[in-house]
Design a protein around this ligand. Structure first.
Ligand SMILES: NC(=O)c1ccc[n+]([C@@H]2O[C@H](COP(=O)([O-])OP(=O)(O)OC[C@H]3O[C@@H](n4cnc5c(N)ncnc54)[C@H](O)[C@@H]3O)[C@@H](O)[C@H]2O)c1
Length: 315
């Protein structure tokens, strides 16, 4: 069954971005949130972000003319009954997600695909005790969801192959380049790669090899330079494979294998730093400089999207 109407449970940071992405690609969206104010916030967010999307990348006039009629508010689970797909986007809490699935299952047909945007919970665990567990899977979105091409699709042990295929097709229709995993694993792909890198970054700083700024500088100017065009394997192809094998022999035994949250991280969290959100992070900020970083990040993602489309087109 083609996906035309998508339910979103949880209209927070991710839910609002995903709603924007879906409306920009012509889907009907039905949003459900226990906080009544979130639907209005979503309308405002979508209006602002679609305007920007149109300015930066261009949108069909029909999309702009119809999005308001395609965004609906759900008063309860019964209003999600017409959805071919429901995306769960509430906070990372296993018990909460499970209670939502239990209610949702009673309201939608067993053909409705149910996806969780969980960042870390194993999909196989979410499938346990579910009605028709074969239609459950992970769809891990990136933020800003309306701009990024990132989407990871994660089957649990019980997910049916046809559901994975439908999710991939849906991701492409949303302008993504979906990465489909063969198996469920904690952290999926990009988070595992990112946390391996972050562990080493903390190790370098805590061992006094370089300060935070210098680690960031090196990362941006080397890995950051090629990572949009090539993943690690393409990069080795581009630059000559045998040298990497030789370096691995000496270097891998020296890389951090720590399993504790780094001391520096604990200290920064204890200081109540949230990052640019409260102008307090690994770097010092003023409210104005924090705002500028936020704005630069959004503008940068638009520029990067254009560059990515040029060198590694999705279509
Ligand atoms: N923030 C990110 O960058 C990011 C990226 C990828 C995945 N995720 C994952 O996406 C999920 C959502 O993250 P977020 O940052 O959008 O969270 P958030 O806290 O911003 O939003 C969650 C929303 O869910 C609503 N909610 C809570 N209980 C509910 C219920 N019973 N029914 C309906 N709505 C309910 C809240 O009112 C809130 O609006 C999490 O699992 C998170 O790990 C987050």
């Amino acid at each position: 069954m083609p996906i035309r109407t998508v339910g979103i449970i949880g209209l927070g940071l991710m839910g609002q971005g995903i709603a924007t992405c879906l409306l920009a690609h012509g889907f009907e969206v039905i949003g459900l949130d226990t906080d009544k104010a979130k639907f209005r916030a979503t309308q405002l967010h979508v209006a602002r972000e679609l305007k920007e999307l149109n300015k930066q990348l261009g949108l069909a006039p029909k999309i702009l003319a119809t999005w308001k009629q395609r965004l609906h508010r759900a008063e309860g689970y019964a209003d999600l009954a017409s959805c071919e797909l429901v995306l769960e986007c509430v906070r990372e809490d296993l018990a909460l997600k499970r209670s939502i699935f239990a209610e949702l299952e009673q309201a939608v047909p067993q053909t409705t695909i149910i996806a969780s945007n969980t960042s870390s919970l194993p999909i196989t665990l979410l499938q346990q005790g579910r009605l028709a567990p074969g239609r459950y899977l992970g769809m891990h979105w990136g933020e800003p969801a309306q701009i990024m091409r990132y989407l990871e699709i994660i089957p649990g042990k019980q997910t049916k192959a046809a559901i994975v295929t439908a999710a991939k097709r849906f991701g492409i229709a949303c302008g993504k380049e979906p990465a489909v995993l063969k198996q469920d694993i904690r952290g999926f792909l990009s988070n595992r790669l990112m946390y391996a890198m972050m562990r080493e970054a903390f190790h370098l700083v805590e061992s006094g090899i370089a300060d935070i700024e210098t680690v960031d500088q090196s990362f941006r100017n080397d890995i950051g330079w090629w990572a949009l065009l090539a993943g690690p394997f393409r990069w080795m192809d581009l630059t000559g494979i045998p040298a990497y094998a030789a370096v691995m022999e000496g270097l891998l035994p020296e890389l951090s294998t720590g399993t504790e949250v780094p001391k520096l991280m604990k200290r920064v969290v204890r200081s109540k730093a949230l990052g640019v959100a409260n102008a307090k992070g690994f770097y010092p900020y003023t409210p104005a400089s924090a705002k500028r970083w936020e704005q630069d990040w959004v503008q940068f993602t638009y520029e990067v999207r254009k560059l990515a489309e040029r060198y590694t087109p999705t279509a």
